[in-house]
Design a protein around this ligand. Structure first.
Ligand code: MG
Length: 254
């Protein structure tokens, strides 16, 4: 199974760092742009412009015919929301997922942001989901196994009385956006391939305030919570080096 995982050289990770930096900059621009009244289509246009200005390509645009450069998922929408004419309202939360391709390599990251003043429940959801990603990254160490990463998310999220989406998972990433291995956000520790230097993963916990069950809308893309509860999504592209994990989707802007 681990034979199918493509470990990356230092040179490849350098290229992925460059792609990742653009992804991070776009997410930062999304955070700066999100406000009550803006449409998700406007956010998509801002993101596409910025990606192209860097000479990169929006990885999601045209992927299985997806019609936009970002996924924009509001409130009960989990992932894969299609940008459109919906205007953000006070108290909404919005998950933005961004992928770019630069010099043959992909970067992929996501974050959930507030629009205006949000409820304490929504704030807790965002905080726990973001921290669960940090826990997963901390578990990405040589000597650990893949499911230690998965288990770290589930343990933290369920310890905070929230639930982890099962039907969608993180993934290896490199010259393809989705490579082996799949990275579930749940599972027993100590299973799966041993983590080795050169492994690059897109780790992406999706967390609901209600049940973990989800369904797909008639547009065939938008994934929503089965019970209408709120959902959040954080993702980083992370490389495992000799000295531990390195987040590639980070910018030097902040
Ligand atoms: Mg991803």
């Amino acid at each position: 199974m681990s034979g199918m995982i493509k470990l990356k050289s230092m040179q490849e990770i350098k290229l992925m760092r460059e792609a990742g930096r653009i992804v991070a900059e776009v997410l930062q621009e999304m955070e700066n742009s999100i406000k009550v009244g803006i449409t998700t289509a406007m956010l998509d246009k801002i993101a596409e412009k910025l990606i192209r200005r860097h000479g990169a390509e929006p990885a999601f645009l045209g992927y299985n015919n997806f019609p936009a450069s970002i996924c924009a998922s509001v409130n009960n929408e989990v992932v894969h929301g299609i940008p459109g004419l919906r205007r953000l309202e006070e108290g909404d939360i919005i998950s933005i997922d961004v992928g770019v391709r630069l010099n043959g390599y992909y970067g992929d990251a996501a974050a959930t942001f507030p629009a205006g003043k949000i409820s304490p429940e929504a704030q807790k959801l965002i905080d726990v989901t973001r921290r669960s990603l940090q826990k997963a990254i901390e578990a990405m160490q040589v000597g650990n196994r893949l499911s230690d990463v998965s288990h770290a998310v589930q343990d933290y999220v369920e310890g905070n009385s929230l639930s982890v989406v099962r039907n969608y998972v993180g993934h290896g990433i490199g010259e393809a956006m989705h490579e082996e291995p799949q990275v579930p956000n749940f599972g027993l520790p100590g299973r799966g391939p041993a983590l080795q230097p050169g492994l690059v993963l897109a780790i992406e916990p999706m967390v609901n305030t209600g049940s973990w069950e989800v369904k797909v809308l008639k547009d065939k893309w938008t994934v929503v919570t089965g019970d209408g509860s709120l959902s959040a999504h954080f993702e980083h592209t992370v490389a495992l080096g000799d000295n531990g994990p390195e987040i590639l989707t980070t910018s030097n802007l902040t």
